[in-house]
Design a protein around this ligand. Structure first.
Ligand code: P1T
Length: 393
């Protein structure tokens, strides 16, 4: 390409950033570079690659791509979303303090409570929907605020710009942007310092890659993260990088389709007597609705809801689905459904889980890109069967 993709619009960047034709061969698509090592002209004289854990050309293409999509100077790829989050937490020295949004993926909570604490990092759980209260938690030792928005699984929205103002320059604000993707939300533009992703989800998009990505323009953080990426070595394979690059090419198209279907499913659920509450960014009111339209250019394909009849009805609903698969994960083209309290968020203490609203009657749907009529029909029939099952219990 003669023009610089990073200056172009999102859909163009998604297809081209980091993907100049290979100078040696003219490959239009970044090749899967499997070589683990690179022949040097003289000791230390090479073409930027020495050993594949340290840097790999296919991975470099993906790293440039995520940086271009998030509006960051630099990107880094990891073997999973948790490996990316773990690398970010490794920026915290022993004796420092982390503010963790309460409503996060269970694996993130488990990493903090069972690993970071052991490494001497103190943490406070916060309600990220209240920037003032979060600001009041900052102490001398606070180094990081980590949050999701929209959150997993309750789709709560946090005001990234207000949170950055509340915690101040000295505290790194890290946003897990997995649910919105850079297509709908760009946290760095709003004042965040680092973005992390489980690229397992919407970015790769086809439920066939586990991966994680980080993007930042903060050079100190980048250098430390690059160090830990190489030193700890939780890097993705070249094939997984290739699949993620391939998936990202259609991110914009997929996110439009996920969002449109999710809105239809959320509206349908909201009209059912057997549904007690619906959680989706298109179903928030008041200040949250203003925030969604200011901070996001679209929402997400995830819809959660509480079903009348408690845990038994939730089980019955999930077990009667025919098109949606009962499975962990989200963000693939196919629709999935799960019970967060028993699956993705099982590692929260039960009391905390219910205080956060992750109740046994809460069902999470990852709405895919199938035909909306088929999706609605599946939800309708499973709700009807769940209702019958729950009332006969
Ligand atoms: O699974 P992994 O690629 O390691 O990503 C972890 C992760 C990080 N952040 C968010 C917001 C996530 O949702 C996840 C993984 N979540 C699921 C597997 C799930 O079903 O919610």
């Amino acid at each position: 390409m003669s023009a610089e993709p990073s200056r172009m619009r999102f859909r163009t960047r998604a297809v081209h950033a980091g993907q100049d034709p290979d100078p040696g061969t003219g490959d239009t698509i970044p090749p899967i570079h499997l070589s683990t090592t690179y022949t040097q002209h003289g000791v230390g004289r090479h073409q930027g690659f020495e050993y594949s854990r340290t840097a790999n050309p296919t991975r470099a293409a993906l790293e440039e791509l995520i940086a271009a999509l998030e509006g960051a100077e630099r990107g880094l790829a990891f073997a999973s979303g948790m490996a990316a989050t773990h690398a970010v937490f490794s920026l915290l020295p022993a004796g420092s303090h982390l503010i963790l949004s309460g409503d996060v993926y269970g694996g993130t909570y488990r990493l903090v409570t069972q690993d970071m604490v052991r490494r001497g990092v103190a943490f406070t759980l916060a309600d990220s929907s209240n920037p003032e209260a979060v600001g009041a938690l900052v102490s001398e030792s606070t180094r990081m605020l980590f949050l999701e928005t929209p959150t997993n699984p309750l789709l709560k929205i946090a005001d990234i710009a207000a949170l950055k103002r509340a915690v101040g320059e000295r505290v790194l604000v890290v946003v897990d942007n997995t649910f919105a993707t850079p297509y709908f939300q760009r946290p760095l533009d709003l004042g965040a310092d680092i973005v992390v992703h489980s690229s397992t989800k919407y970015l790769a998009g086809h439920s066939d890659v586990v991966g994680g990505l980080v993007a930042t323009s903060d050079d100190d953080s980048y250098q430390s993260l690059k160090f830990i990426q190489n030193a700890a070595g939780a890097v993705p394979s070249p094939f997984d990088c290739y699949l993620t690059i391939r998936g990202i090419k259609t991110l914009a198209l997929r996110m439009e389709a996920h969002e449109a279907n999710a809105r239809v499913v959320a509206d349908f659920l909201a009209a059912q007597d057997c549904v007690l509450a619906v959680y989706h960014p298109s179903h928030v009111a008041g200040n949250d609705a203003v925030l969604v339209s200011r901070q996001m250019s679209g929402s997400s394909g995830i819809v959660s809801f509480r079903i009348r009849g408690g845990e038994a009805a939730a089980h019955a609903f999930l077990e009667n689905l025919r098109l949606f698969s009962l499975a962990e994960s989200l963000g693939g083209v196919e629709s999935l459904a799960c019970l967060p309290a028993a699956m993705t968020h099982a590692c929260f203490e039960p009391e905390l889980r219910s205080r956060l609203g992750i109740t046994p009657d809460l069902v999470r749907l990852s709405v895919g890109i199938e035909d909306e009529t088929d999706l609605l029909e599946d939800v309708r029939q499973a709700l009807a069967r769940a209702g019958d099952g729950a009332t006969s219990l």
